[in-house]
Design a protein around this ligand. Structure first.
Ligand code: UDP
Ligand code: MG
Length: 312
């Protein structure tokens, strides 16, 4: 029996991109006929007519399977839904907007055949992005790499091929606040990069703006390391030592030289500085408490409305 490859595509308002994508995928599958194929598209609560498009794509091609989620849960949860429903011996995750070139898939499959479990796409260039955004993201990754013990790679997104073993491993990680990019690194297994040229979005525009990326960045840090808490405690220790030394100095100075009332600016600076440090530390603690709050509710990461058009 032939092995089955699942192409998993999370889609949010991608009605205009999906027909083109399925076309490209079906010509890919025609060129590699040593495998059976499944095109699994997760409709992440789109508000356009994505679900109608999916129904008609399914009517035209039996290899298309689709899940409609009950609302928009975000790409991270949509991917988990896809991994739960994928039947393949390996799963290739790609975006619906054709930014991930279908032409890179054969190379990924080749690496999989050689025995690699997690073949990840590595962007050669970051495409059209501002200088500041590029710099910030590089800085972020180096911070993440230094503070976590796992390698979270820069320029690597969700475009990747996962062996069944990796899929099952990721499915076991049921956290609600997901940073999938980090989870892929966390699971380990034999990894190999495949370089690809990131294309520009064909239709519509990216749903990730600066704020949502910042949210994801904080997610990445708080989900994988408690070093900010440690830095806060260290800062506390350093500030206390400095404050204590200064205290001794002030006491002795007053004893030996007296103290004319002065020093309002110094006092204000110290109070403001310490106040800032305290707020920062409370904020960091708050981030982690927020995570605990969200995880202890143990809500499912997504809810399915229907699979291939039939619910319940
Ligand atoms: N996506 C999703 N749910 C969302 C937002 C995005 O499933 O809430 C999908 C989207 O349809 C696309 C992929 O995630 O297939 C990447 O999204 P986008 O192209 O907007 O992001 P970017 O290319 O900027 O990373
Ligand atoms: Mg995109």
């Amino acid at each position: 029996m032939k092995k089955l490859i699942t192409i998993l595509v999370p889609a949010y308002n991608e009605a205009r991109n999906l027909p083109g994508l399925v076309d490209a995928l079906s010509s890919l599958s025609d060129s590699i006929d040593t495998y059976d194929w499944e095109f699994l598209i997760v409709n992440d609560g789109s508000s356009d007519n994505t679900s109608d498009v999916l129904r008609s794509l399914r009517e035209q091609d039996i290899r298309v399977n689709y899940i409609n989620l009950s609302r928009n849960f975000g790409k991270e949860s949509a991917m988990l839904a896809g991994l739960d429903y994928a039947k393949g011996d390996c799963v290739v995750i790609m975006d619906a907007d054709l930014q991930h070139p279908v032409s890179a898939v054969p190379e990924m499959i080749k690496a999989w055949e050689e025995g690699y479990d997690d073949v990840y796409g590595k962007r050669k260039t970051r495409g059209k992005e501002s200088w500041l955004r590029k710099k910030l993201s590089l800085l972020y990754y180096s911070l993440l790499q230094k503070t976590t013990r796992i390698d979270i790679l820069p320029n690597v997104g969700d475009f990747r091929l996962l062996d069944r073993r990796c899929v099952d491993a990721v499915r076991e990680l049921r956290e609600t606040q997901r940073y999938t990019k980090g989870l892929f690194c966390w699971i380990g297994f034999k990894k190999k990069p495949v370089e690809f040229e990131s294309l520009d979005r064909t239709e519509g525009k990216s749903t990730f703006n600066f704020l949502s990326l910042l949210g994801l960045a904080i997610e990445g840090i708080t989900g994988f390391t408690i070093s900010p808490l440690r830095i806060a405690s260290l800062l506390g220790v350093v500030v206390s030592i400095v404050a204590f030394t200064y205290l001794i100095f002030v006491i002795f100075k007053t004893i030996f030289y007296g103290e004319p009332v002065q020093g309002y600016p110094t006092l204000l600076c110290v109070i403001l500085f310490l106040g800032g440090c305290q707020l920062l530390a409370i904020g960091i603690i708050g981030e982690y408490i927020g995570r605990i709050f969200n995880e202890t509710k143990r809500r499912p990461p997504y809810l399915v409305d229907s699979y291939n058009g039939s619910g319940r």
